[in-house]
Design a protein around this ligand. Sequence first.
Ligand code: PAF
Length: 291
Amino acid sequence: MTETAPRDPARGPLVVRTAKELRAALADAGRVGLVPTMGALHGGHRSLMRLAREQADTVVVSVFVNPLQFGPDEDFDRYPRDLPGDTALCGEEGVDVVFAPETATVYPLPQMVTVDAGAMGERLEGASRPGHFTGVLTVVTKLFNLVRPDFAVFGAKDAQQIALVRRLVADLDLPVEIVGAPTLRDPDGLASSSRNAYLSDEERVSALALSRALRAGADAASGGAEAVREAARAVLEEAAKADPPLEPDYLALVDPATFADVAAGHRGETVLAVAARVGATRLIDNVSVNL
Ligand code: PAF
């Protein structure tokens, strides 16, 4: 990093807002690890930062709520934003640089050229949130070009996202290594998510059915694909009768390379993925299931 003396970690991370400031901060950065985020950082992000810290000379966390990946009726406006809190958390994790660009820095012009996520981007999350993965892959490509990291860390909780980012890198020959970080869960099983902040106490109890359904599905693996789907579905059906109810969006057992549904006789690695609404909050979760 370009400074006359090494940065004192006690001063916290350097917060940069523009591409020029970012380039100056990373002029002599050694091996750079990027953790792309939309802020509202929590324990799950901490685990990504720790993984990056182990392997990088310089850890960059990007904090940018990307308008391109939100649909018109989604929570872009009310998405939690807290840059001072995020910067303090990054400081606790020994992050060197927080890149928090304005929207006009990332999108100086209305975006005309975007990254098409292909068929995999139209399934599951892509079917429920049309255009979502085009927005994700476009901003991830921009972040890779702005930060130029040696590697980038993504959480396994967004299984379809990380699978698509891996294909982005492979299909477009991007010179960056993708590192996957396991999903962090609270002791009761709820996967860490910035959107958990929206949940009331009662909604949080109902939301626990997501991880219960995934566990039930994984426990039925020896019975094959149909048994896995059936066991998970039974938990969701029960949760739909709770107060407040869990309203399932999808439950799918898919091939991890394509996110297409696996056939009844399928053998090998699969992903059991679920999305559901509790009140106004939409949550996703997944687990790997070896059939
Ligand atoms: O997972 C997220 O927080 C976002 O989708 C990402 C990767 C930062 C792109 O905006």
